[in-house]
Design a protein around this ligand. Structure first.
Ligand SMILES: NC(=O)c1ccc[n+]([C@@H]2O[C@H](COP(=O)([O-])OP(=O)(O)OC[C@H]3O[C@@H](n4cnc5c(N)ncnc54)[C@H](O)[C@@H]3O)[C@@H](O)[C@H]2O)c1
Ligand SMILES: [Zn+2]
Length: 395
């Protein structure tokens, strides 16, 4: 075929193709000690010893005096790992996602260390640090291998196996971000020990969310274990975290829409108001606490608008009470309703699509909200929290 033919022929070519992806999730009890071999086995090296850069959440280092020492021991004991620089401590919590300078610093450090696409970035921290370092690792050279070590209950139950990363921009959550499958995820139980009670509890709102969406028996289990979880019963807590992470993993790998091309995003149940609430409170409440309130709101609304059994509503709210999580916040007012829905729609692209519940495990996608009923749901939660004096026992 000559060049003229190319110029004169009009064609459309569509080729579907699939990229094989793999999730590698490991459960350990002492990843920077007895279980270090599990970590090492994730560090494949094709030609030379693996080059590794490490990032650690400052909050973890500050509350676990021995962690850095144990980590360094493992890294140097290995013999085959080329550490590109000593582990980097990084600010924890939402501030890392909200500070462009800190994110630039991660990029600069990756560049300074000469990381390439076969290098490994190990990130140890809460969901915010995983998101920020994961974002930088996904962008640098269009993707460096990322191994996540989630250190909060929320990150172990939910975001650790997520295929998303993000930082905040223009005052909006997760405005900059990519979809990227991590190279590996290590859910280590010992990393949760130094977590504050507040952060320990707050992760279970995501476990409640996914159980309501997917499984009656998981919901029952959480309902029954909630008081003991709030007292940090590790066996019960780990069981719930494990079942939650497996439901998230299953949804991502088998749900048919890992990169959220569809309008429906069930795992975002309760999140439209949660995200807005977080930003209205200037991130003074935790993501998990905001999700607790967002789930409470959408559960009550689901009952008013979609026939969710009121018995399920009371049990879901009771679960949050038992976990020591909030179900209302004074900022949950008109602004959340109007701006929250609009920002969520923009984030999705196209028309508003929210997941609501008809029953446990039975979702419905809605494109419109009945404002009167949503206001009624807010008023119900406000009244309920007043009656129980709930606001008093939160920081
Ligand atoms: N990418 C996703 O799919 C996804 C999903 C859910 C949530 N998220 C994001 O995750 C973030 C919330 O994460 P989070 O709830 O894990 O909290 P977080 O990362 O905000 O951490 C909360 C606090 O706990 C500290 N900390 C973390 N681990 C600790 C430990 N083991 N011991 C002592 N202190 C520790 C941190 O330094 C921080 O001060 C939000 O930004 C949210 O948007 C992302
Ligand atoms: Zn969430």
């Amino acid at each position: 075929m000559g060049p003229m033919e190319i110029l004169t022929t009009s064609k459309s070519i569509n080729v579907d193709f699939h990229v094989p992806l793999r999730h590698q999730l490991r459960f350990t009890n002492d990843c920077f000690g007895a279980d270090w071999s599990v970590v090492e086995s994730l560090l494949e090296s094709e030609h030379s010893d693996p080059r590794v850069q490490v990032w650690i959440d400052h909050g973890v280092v500050a509350s676990s005096s021995s962690l850095l020492f144990r980590l360094n021991e493992c890294l140097s004991r290995s013999g085959r790992i080329q550490l590109t620089s000593p582990p980097h401590e990084i600010a924890g919590g939402e501030q890392i996602k909200a500070s462009p300078d800190l994110v630039e610093e991660i990029f600069a450090t990756m560049n300074r260390d000469g990381l390439d696409r076969r290098s490994y970035v190990l990130v140890i921290g809460g969901g915010a640090v995983l998101d920020a370092v994961g974002y930088a690792a996904a962008i640098a050279h269009r993707g460096i291998r990322l191994i996540r070590f989630p250190t909060t209950t929320l990150a172990q139950a939910d975001s650790g196996v997520g295929v998303k990363n993000a930082v905040n921009a223009f005052g909006k959550k997760n405005w900059k971000g990519t979809f990227a499958v991590p190279w590996g995820v290590v859910n280590d139980s010992s990393l949760l020990e130094c977590l504050s009670d507040r952060d320990f509890r707050s992760g279970f709102s995501e476990a409640l969310k996914v159980s309501l969406l997917k499984s009656e028996s998981a919901f029952e289990e959480l309902y029954n274990a909630a008081s003991e979880i709030s007292q940090r019963d590790m066996l019960k807590s780990l069981k719930v975290i494990q079942s939650s992470v497996m439901m998230h993993l299953h949804h991502i790998t088998q749900g048919g829409d890992p990169f959220e091309a569809n309008e429906a995003r069930p795992l975002d149940f309760g999140h439209w108001s949660a995200h807005k609430l977080e930003s209205l409170c200037d991130y003074q409440i935790r993501h998990g606490e905001a999700v607790a309130i967002g789930v409470a709101l959408d559960v009550v609304y689901s009952s008013l608008a979609h026939g969710l059994d009121t018995e399920v509503v009371s049990r879901a709210l009771e679960t949050l009470d038992r976990l020591g999580l909030p179900t209302y916040h004074e900022q949950l007012e008109e602004r959340v309703l109007f701006e929250g829905l609009e920002e969520f729609r923009q984030h999705l692209g196209g028309r508003l699509t929210l997941t609501m519940l008809k029953a446990i495990g039975e979702m419905t996608q809605v494109h419109e909200i009945d404002y009167a009923k949503m206001r009624q749901a807010i008023a119900y939660l406000k009244d309920r929290s007043k009656r129980s004096g709930q606001e008093d026992h939160h920081e």
